[in-house]
Ligand binder design. Structure first.
Ligand code: ZN
Length: 344
């Protein structure tokens, strides 16, 4: 009998020691202390013992029951607090962790360059003008001194609509529209940014749709020196004060005299490299004094008024400014490319 008590004691305490959850403790309780439990069975068999041994054995069984109950309560409490700690650590919120930043968009490089260009000219007292992208032959060609059958039309191969209009090949028609509207008021000082169209296939340096920025000044006594001063200032602001600026004779039907404006190469500084095709110069825009015929047709007497005009490709300025070698990057909406550009 005493042996059996010792055996149950060891067995029960060992099981409790190894228990890892409340369910196990409960099953140990049932196994030893339940109605059909081993300790209970032992108490019931007390009657078989000689009378003199009963008090001693009864006391031992009782103290074992108390011991097991205490141990179960302790173990149960211990498991509960460990469980709580585990749960707390699992559900812990680290309030010092940095938040997740939402991905912010950036300005498109063409928008950045256009804003810079506008800023420069607005600072010199220019206003921004706009015109339609579908133009008549008159505004796109004739009023700009490019009559029908004029060979210069070959410079601007374009796309026609069924009703005889065309997608404008340059922003120059805006010059005519502004002069017609304001004639004979002066001064006119406008820039006209906008989309233009050419019948070109898309490749590294051509796009059938691109952007130009046109400029026009009309007043009394405007000279070619005003043009040179204005565009030199502009080139320095866009490409840096240390750039050399060069005016080269050229031809446009709507300006006389006409010039191409170059800056010294931003890569090689005039030494000659791949970007500037070994010339040391980069062509940035075309310009000239407004042709007397263009003034006349738009309502300004060339004997009294004069002016200058210029036009540049926005993509070209951006390519040169950022050293990009393929115009297609501007149209692909590739986030890896676009995110490199930050407005100042
Ligand atoms: Zn170069």
């Amino acid at each position: 009998m005493l042996e059996r008590i010792t055996q149950i004691r060891e067995e029960a305490l060992k099981a409790l020691e190894e228990a890892v959850d409340q369910e196990t403790i409960e099953s140990i309780r049932v196994k030893f202390l339940g109605k059909k439990g081993e300790l209970t069975a032992l108490l019931r068999s007390m009657g078989e013992l000689p009378a003199e041994e009963r008090p001693k054995v009864g006391q031992m069984v009782n103290s074992l029951r108390v011991k097991l109950e205490e141990t179960m309560t302790q173990k149960s409490d211990q498991l509960a607090s460990v469980g709580l700690a585990l749960q707390l650590s699992r559900e812990q919120v680290d309030v010092t962790l940095p938040g997740r930043r939402p991905k912010l968009g950036t300005y498109h490089p063409l928008s950045i360059v256009l804003r810079d260009i506008q800023e420069i000219f607005l600072g010199m007292g220019y206003e921004v003008a706009e015109g339609p992208e579908i133009e008549s032959d008159y505004y796109n060609f004739e009023a700009l001194n490019i009559p029908k059958e004029h060979p210069a039309r070959d410079m601007w191969d374009t796309l026609y609509t069924a009703d005889g209009n065309l997608s404008r090949t340059h922003t120059s028609p805006v010059q005519i529209r502004v002069m017609e509207r304001l004639a004979p008021q002066v001064p006119i000082k406008i820039i006209a940014p906008g989309r233009v169209y050419r019948r070109d296939a898309l490749d590294a340096s051509h796009s059938p749709v691109f952007n130009q920025v046109e400029g026009l000044v009309v007043d009394r006594g405007v000279t070619f020196a005003d043009l040179k001063g204005t565009l030199t200032l502009f080139a320095h602001k866009v490409f840096g004060e240390d750039r050399e600026v060069r005016f080269r004779p050229s031809f446009f039907p709507f300006t006389e005299p006409s010039a191409e404006v170059d800056v010294s190469c931003i890569v090689c500084n005039g030494e000659g490299c791949r970007l500037c095709s070994q010339t040391g110069w980069l062509e940035v825009l075309g310009a000239g004094s407004v042709h007397p015929k263009v003034l006349l047709i738009s309502g300004y007497d060339p004997e009294e008024f004069s002016g200058f005009a210029f036009g540049m490709g926005l993509e070209r300025i951006a390519l040169l400014k950022y050293g990009i070698d393929d115009i297609r990057y501007f149209y692909e909406n590739n986030w890896s490319f676009l995110k490199q550009f930050k407005a100042q």
